[in-house]
Design a protein around this ligand. Structure first.
Ligand code: AMP
Length: 231
């Protein structure tokens, strides 16, 4: 099965993706992660996309789709070899109409289709608060929030004593811009999947466990028999 998780920055998509993938035995296809690791490893692709990535712009569709195609082929190979994975969980993809079309084509070539799409809804004020309050340790990467989960000593990491700073793209102004971009780019995709009858909207403004349960229930509703692992 092929499940797409859609949600703006700050909706908890990354956290939920991690939990759902292990509960339902899905492989993760997270394009942002794939790009970050290509850049870190200095691959040909990494060099090609670094500037675009740093500007916070979208990587061209052909590069993004090629990466996803490779991951889908890997999944199929692993399944042929007897892997227990039952499908893929897409996170951060598709982000454009062209990518959604390409995914439909890639899956159709394999006699498959997108099974369900989950949109995580969180009010804009909550997203602004979560993102604008986010602080990250410059040394070990631990994430804090000045409102809900501050470090014990102001701006000092509990884990490694490193400086806890705000990311350049987490300022009030930049957060607003990123959320506007999400509305512009991704809202039409949510509508598209709603029209196809495969979309479920989940309230993401609740405790993490409740959101996870709602997402898993929504996925299982569309696939009555799903291989689940212990939680
Ligand atoms: P993310 O981790 O999903 O927020 O993505 C980080 C960055 O990776 C984005 O700002 C884009 O530059 C790039 N990226 C991730 N996914 C896509 C995608 N589906 N299409 C184009 N660019 C993407």
């Amino acid at each position: 099965m092929h499940v797409i998780l859609i949600g703006p920055q700050g909706s908890g998509k990354g956290t939920q993706s991690e939990r759902i993938r292990s509960q339902l035995n899905l492989t993760s296809i997270a394009t942002g992660e794939l790009f970050r690791s290509a850049i870190k490893d200095g691959t040909e692709l990494g060099k090609q996309i670094q500037l675009i990535y740093d500007r916070g712009e979208l990587i061209p569709d052909h590069l993004t789709v090629a990466l996803v195609e490779e991951r889908i082929a890997n999944l199929a190979r692993e399944q042929e070899r007897g892997s227990p994975l039952v499908g893929a969980l897409y996170d951060g993809f598709p982000r454009t109409y062209g990518q959604a079309d390409a995914l439909d084509r890639l899956l159709a070539d394999r006699g498959e289709a997108v099974t369900s799409v989950i949109a995580i809804d969180v009010p804009r004020e909550t997203l602004m608060r979560r993102l604008a309050g986010r602080r990250v340790c410059a040394v070990c990467g631990r994430v804090y929030n000045v409102d809900f989960d501050p470090p014990t000593i102001d701006a000092v990491c509990d884990t490694c004593r490193g400086p806890v700073l705000q990311r350049a793209d987490d300022t009030q102004e930049a957060v607003g811009k990123r959320l506007d971009l999400y509305e512009l780019e991704t809202a039409p995709l949510v509508e598209r999947y709603a029209e196809e009858g495969i979309l479920t909207r989940v309230d993401g403004d609740r405790v993490i466990d409740s959101v996870t349960d709602a997402i898993v229930a929504a996925i299982q509703e569309r696939i009555p028999v799903v291989a689940t692992r212990g939680r």
